[in-house]
Design a binder for this molecule. Structure first.
Ligand code: ZN
Length: 112
């Protein structure tokens, strides 16, 4: 598995332009790009919102990994003699959040 381009990434907008070479005209439409700090292209995006989300993804991945590593299950069941306790996985918000973080990190890392 390859590793992603080094961060940080930046969303940048290129204006449309036309140029002529040996009598042939080329028009390059405006586009949103995600680039590294040394201006290497990471990807082309369909629109500004996609470009900004993609540029933030490298920071979001680091934040997810940090949060996942610090998130401990602290939920305690509420005792109610009249009710059968539900399985822990069904009500624990800490464990559900950790599952979401694990799934997002695995999707980003290609280990899902
Ligand atoms: Zn839990």
């Amino acid at each position: 598995m390859s590793t992603h381009s080094p961060g940080p990434w930046e969303a940048t907008h290129w204006r449309s332009y036309s140029h002529e070479h040996r009598g042939r005209y080329t028009h390059v439409p405006a586009q949103w790009l995600v680039v590294t700090t040394d201006s290497s292209l990471v990807l082309r995006a369909e629109n500004e919102a996609d470009a900004r989300l993609a540029a933030a993804s490298i920071d979001l991945l680091a934040a997810c990994e940090a949060a996942r590593d610090r998130l401990d299950c602290r939920e305690m069941p509420v005792c109610d003699d009249d009710l059968e306790p539900a399985p822990h996985d069904e009500w624990c918000t800490d464990c559900k959040a950790r599952e979401q973080l694990d799934a997002a990190v695995a999707k980003a890392r290609g280990t899902a």
